[in-house]
Ligand binder design. Structure first.
Ligand SMILES: C[S@@+](CC[C@H](N)C(=O)[O-])C[C@H]1O[C@@H](n2cnc3c(N)ncnc32)[C@H](O)[C@@H]1O
Length: 196
């Protein structure tokens, strides 16, 4: 793993206003880097390109791209300013791509796996991620201890997916069919009127 690159990325992320509220370098390393890498074994076992939905300053996408050099990793981010920061890392990570846009407005089913960390409440994050994933692929969502897995499961069902595992704050949703008609809903709806 290119630790020098990841150290420089973390330092730049902390030094750039508006990318993270974290100020303590050790805490930032734990939350933005170490916690992202916890998902690597789950991502690694999936096939196909990876999309990090709501990448912010680049986590978990940049740590994953640096560690899995043979896998294409797309950082999808709605805020232009954050995309400008993310673009800086492309010359050093040829497998990295940055898209400025919203999850609800992307082509459907283009990825083998979608990851999301601190994107939104889990029911909303799941609704945004699953349409991006092809049948047989997975969405992997970082969640807090208060996650309501029953709600997540209901949303997954509406989007042709099921909860495959939920362990140590990582929920894996398996896409078992094509994206149902009517999804994605128009921008903002998943947050305003969650499915469950
Ligand atoms: C709280 S930040 C988390 C960033 C990063 N994943 C992390 O863990 O630090 C959520 C990010 O998701 C982006 N975002 C929110 N809704 C989005 C959407 N519908 N499509 C793409 N990005 C979105 C926001 O602009 C923001 O940068």
């Amino acid at each position: 793993m290119p630790t020098d690159l990841l150290d420089r990325w973390l330092t730049a992320l902390l030094a750039t206003p508006g990318l993270t509220a974290l100020r303590d370098p050790d805490e930032a390393r734990g939350v933005l880097l170490d916690d992202a890498l916890r998902g690597m074994p789950l991502v690694e076992r999936e096939d196909g390109p990876i999309v990090d939905v709501g990448s912010g300053g680049g986590t978990p996408g940049i740590p994953l791209a640096a560690s899995l050099a043979s896998r294409g990793v797309t950082l999808l981010e709605a805020e232009r300013r954050k995309c400008d920061f993310l673009e800086q890392w492309r010359p050093e990570l040829p497998n990295l791509r940055v898209i400025w846009g919203r999850a609800e407005e992307q082509p459907l089913e283009s990825y083998g796996v979608a990851v999301a960390k601190a994107l939104a409440h889990p029911p909303t994050a799941v609704e945004w991620c699953l349409p991006l994933v092809r049948e047989g692929g997975a969405a992997i969502v970082w969640v807090g201890p208060s996650v309501d897995l029953a709600r997540v499961g209901l949303v997954a069902e509406r989007l042709a997916a099921r909860v495959e595992s939920a362990d140590a704050g990582l929920v894996v949703l398996r896409k078992v069919g094509p994206t149902p008609a009517g999804f994605p809903r128009r921008p903002g709806m998943a947050r305003k009127r969650p499915l469950a």
